[in-house]
Design a protein around this ligand. Structure first.
Ligand code: SAM
Length: 656
């Protein structure tokens, strides 16, 4: 077994800051294509022999690979012979996975609403965490003992274990925001650990002394460890999204762009499989794909970073976009602060670049509320109905790519004139109703065609319900897409030639500039500070190195956004806005937008972005098989739709 060489790979030879590269300095000692994450690389662990025996007993098979410890990624699964594309490299019987629903205390967890279907997703995750704690605490008496023993004892690479000072190195990053739940909501389960321990886990342990789970500090430590294990080793299986620990599947590392397996469920044989997506030479690492994740996301969820990661991006919260637009509107309205009580004040409709009369009308209905504030509220609702709010309410901005279409369309919608807004509302609603009806009609037509009476009678109520759900979901998605396309088209039309088009571009670019500037100010250090740190990268403590590689690419993406949309000839900036809109369709959307033709235009509150959007987003990056498994209950209809939409029924770790 090859041994890791600790410290031998301080830095790789990835491109220096300024491009879409990692920011790891050039000229380091390691070969150009080699990089070892400063945190996260797992080492060897006792118990491999016992684990091998356990696998044999449980019929968990990985006949063409072996565990090894590699210099770049730490412990890994490595091909022990040449593997042909299409070969199953790992097989795990369904019942060898560990879930809240099949652990020894599943009936108790069920009483607490911590098994499927749980009232809240977070409780489902807590169910698995308690299951892991319980089984781990049973030691060799647990059916999963040898498996759990192979998980790393040391999880201190996960930011949940970082000191406050180390964690502050991440200030301003998506990892920091998400972990604290400050700008991005909800907070991660891992960072809610103290609260969840106090309110959910400790009372559970106290109420069940017979389970033998430790309380106090020991219990808390076990809980923290199990939380990290579930965060970085669990999978979400099937349409029903069972959160599960899948032995051996979880021994594969993630390397962006190097994935060579896909996940598959064989319902006939009841096994979860990993299938080679290409020929893999003996000695090569088997590589999974945890999703299209930036360094910030990898660090937050899995406790490691990459040197060169094409998925690096910055995350701009919708709330910041709204503030930036509100500031511009307030300024155009004559310096009215966003929270100042209303005075009658008008922006001139003929004021060219200074405004388009957006707040006209908004001020006429009420004297008390700040007209800008009220206008922004209305536009926010409109944008939401148009499906312009992204998954988790954050826009992803990549260096070297135009900003997301939905972001540009959102800015346009927030700044729109009263007439433009009214048109958007009407056209958006019409388009979404038509799109939803068309999906529903074709689903009904399809069912009529394929369902002879006998066949229909053979279908269970559950299958019918699943079909209905799938159609409703597809209709909702089509409705959202149609509405957001309307917004994209309207924004593109507003950017047309002539003075009005230029004025619109100037205003949108001003919002972009303010937004990027504000985002950049949120980090503890500037882009230049980080660039100046690069030459001493190798001498920094590991967590500081990891934090640098998480935040620098974010800053680069924001700086690139600013450079593209300010200080250049307006024609060039307008071209970037157009390219952004052309890169649509707008939003991953979500259930918060337009529901279906029945409820179209209802506006439906604060959409968190549908799960479908998330799955789709993750699925794109994965080598998902054409016929993915359903991981349990048969909901054929849902699976069909999921596949048609490119979703992947497997995802990794906590939902991001
Ligand atoms: C699902 S486990 C993969 C197996 C793990 N290496 C082990 O031996 O237990 C995920 C963990 O592996 C490590 N990991 C995965 N990919 C990595 C990479 N490219 N570089 C460094 N560590 C990685 C991180 O510690 C992460 O939390």
């Amino acid at each position: 077994m090859a041994k890791a060489k600790p410290g031998a790979k301080g830095a790789g030879g990835a491109p220096a800051a300024g491009g879409s590269g990692s920011g790891v300095p050039k000229g380091a000692t390691a070969p150009a294509d080699s990089f070892r994450s400063p945190v996260g690389c797992t080492g060897a662990q006792r118990g491999e022999t016992e684990f091998a025996a356990w696998c044999a007993e449980e019929k968990v098979r990985f006949p063409s690979s072996r565990l090894d410890v590699l210099p770049d990624t730490g412990r890994a699964l490595v091909a022990s012979r040449n593997i042909k594309m299409g070969e199953a490299v790992v097989e795990v019987p369904d019942d060898a996975v560990l879930m809240a629903d099949n652990c020894e205390i599943h009936t108790i967890l069920e009483e607490y609403g911590m098994t499927k279907p749980a009232d809240e997703e977070i409780l489902e995750v807590q169910g698995l965490i308690i299951a892991v704690m319980y089984e781990k605490n049973l030691g060799s008496k647990s059916r999963w003992g040898p498996y759990l023993d192979l998980l790393p004892d040391d999880m201190t690479h996960m930011p949940l274990y970082w000191t406050r000072a180390d964690f502050r190195e991440l200030r301003g990053t998506a990892a920091y925001d998400k972990m604290l739940g400050r700008v991005q909501h909800p907070a991660d389960a891992p960072t809610q650990v103290p609260m969840l321990w106090a309110e959910v886990i400790a009372p559970f342990i106290e109420e069940h002394p017979d389970l033998g789970l430790p309380g106090g500090e020991r219990g808390y430590e076990l809980y923290r460890w199990a939380t990290c294990a579930v965060a970085s080793y669990s999978f979400i299986l099937g349409d029903d999204k069972y959160q599960a620990m899948v032995p051996v599947w979880d021994l594969l590392n993630h390397i962006t762009g190097k994935v060579n397996v896909r996940l598959f469920h064989c319902p006939k044989r009841h096994v979860l499989q990993m299938i080679a997506t290409r020929d893999i030479a003996s000695g090569e690492e088997l590589v999974n794909n945890y999703g299209e994740l930036s360094n910030s996301e990898l660090l937050r969820g899995y406790g490691f970073v990459e040197a060169s990661n094409a998925h690096n991006h910055a995350q701009i919260p919708v709330s910041f976009v709204i503030s930036a637009a509100r500031d511009l509107l307030a300024e155009e309205a004559g310096g009215a602060g966003a929270s100042r009580p209303a005075k009658r004040q008008r922006a001139s409709a003929s004021d060219g670049a200074a405004g388009n009369g957006a707040i006209e009308g908004a001020e006429e209905e009420g004297e008390e509320e700040d007209p800008v504030q009220r206008l922004v509220k209305e536009r926010r609702r409109l944008a939401q109905r148009l499906g312009l709010f992204p998954q988790h309410h954050v826009f992803k901005v990549f260096a070297g790519r135009p900003p997301p279409a939905a972001l540009t369309a959102l800015i346009f919608t927030l700044l729109a004139s009263p007439q433009q807004a009214a048109d958007l509302a009407i056209q958006g609603r019409r388009a979404s109703v038509a799109a939803a009806r068309s999906v529903e009609a074709s689903a009904t037509g399809g069912r009529l065609k394929r369902s002879g009476k006998a066949r229909r009678a053979a279908r269970s109520e559950e299958e019918e319900e699943a079909d209905d759900e799938a159609v409703a979901e597809a209709a909702s998605k089509a409705a959202v897409e149609a509405a957001s396309k309307v917004a994209l088209a309207a924004a593109a039309a507003a950017l047309g030639d002539g003075a009005a088009g230029r004025a619109a571009a100037v205003r949108m670019c001003r919002v972009y500039d303010a937004l990027a500037e504000r985002m950049l100010r949120r980090y503890g250090t500037s882009l230049q500070d980080d660039q100046a740190l690069l030459p001493s990268y190798a001498s920094l403590p590991p967590r500081r190195r990891a934090a640098l590689l998480a935040r620098l690419p974010e800053k680069e993406a924001l700086a690139a956004l600013r450079a593209a949309l300010s200080g250049r000839p307006m024609a060039e900036q307008a071209a970037v806005l157009r390219a952004s809109l052309a890169s649509g369709p707008a939003a991953p959307g979500g259930k918060g937008a337009v529901a279906s033709s029945k409820g179209a235009g209802a506006g439906a509150g604060e959409g968190k972005g549908g799960k479908g959007g998330e799955a789709e987003e993750k699925g794109k990056g994965k080598a998902s098989g054409g016929k993915a498994g359903k991981g349990g209950k048969g909901k054929a209809g849902v699976a069909d739709v999921a596949q048609a939409q490119g979703q992947d029924p497997f995802s990794f770790g906590f939902s991001l």
